[in-house]
Ligand binder design. Structure first.
Ligand SMILES: [Zn+2]
Ligand SMILES: [Zn+2]
Length: 207
């Protein structure tokens, strides 16, 4: 359990360190067909609603928003279009969030169906909590191996293509260290590559 937690925290640290996602680029992940479907449904719904409202007004039926607007079909139509647009906007936002989570989870190697369902279930009562939780704990994107440029998962320890060590470890105690650490946080060994590995003497790079 604690191992799973540590691995999760490591992945989160890794993602925050390596990913600088821009909102505009993230929006592109939302499927195009979903955006166009929402726009089409909104336009058709708005048009049919206004036509129905106008027809009802002309033939003495009930119409939106209230009988006070009798003889003012343009105002009634605008009021109805506004309500339909607001509803379509909220519903579209939810669908876009779900579309984003599905695609994003897929490209990160997470279970897309599971995560989309989780975000949907949490979106009802708690608004955007599901999305926020997802954004906080999602896995890092695959990145390129520093040695052979193959695409590797942040969960990998070795590159499956070239066997490059993707998680630098202390040469003394073999525990994993960050590539910014100067000393091993577990045993205190000097992690300077010039000293711990068979690199050329440090004097060569002195400036
Ligand atoms: Zn590699
Ligand atoms: Zn160590």
């Amino acid at each position: 359990m604690s191992d799973m937690w540590n691995e999760r925290m490591r992945l989160i640290r890794f993602r925050r360190k390596h990913e600088r996602s821009r909102f505009r680029d993230e929006l592109r992940i939302i499927p195009r067909w979903l955006v166009w479907t929402c726009i089409t449904v909104w336009l058709i719904g708005g048009t049919l609603g206004c036509i129905g409202n106008y027809y009802s007004m002309q033939h003495g039926g009930d119409y939106f928003p209230s009988p006070d607007l009798a003889g003012q079909p343009v105002l009634a139509c605008l009021a109805l279009a506004g309500v339909i647009t607001a509803g379509a906007f909220v519903l579209s936002c939810l669908l876009f969030i779900l579309g984003y989570v599905y695609r994003d989870a897929k490209r990160r190697g997470m279970n897309p169906v599971l995560w989309t369902l989780l975000v949907l279930l949490m979106s009802g009562p708690y608004t955007f909590i599901g999305l926020i939780v997802y954004l906080l704990i999602r896995d890092p994107l695959p990145y390129t191996c520093p040695q052979c440029a193959a695409s590797v998962s942040a969960r990998f320890i070795f590159c499956p293509t070239c066997k490059c060590n993707l998680r630098p470890a202390c040469s003394h105690c073999q525990r994993e260290v960050a590539d910014t650490d100067k000393f091993c946080p577990y045993c205190g060994a000097d992690l300077d590559p010039a000293k711990s590995q068979s690199a050329p003497p440090a004097g060569d790079s002195a400036s």
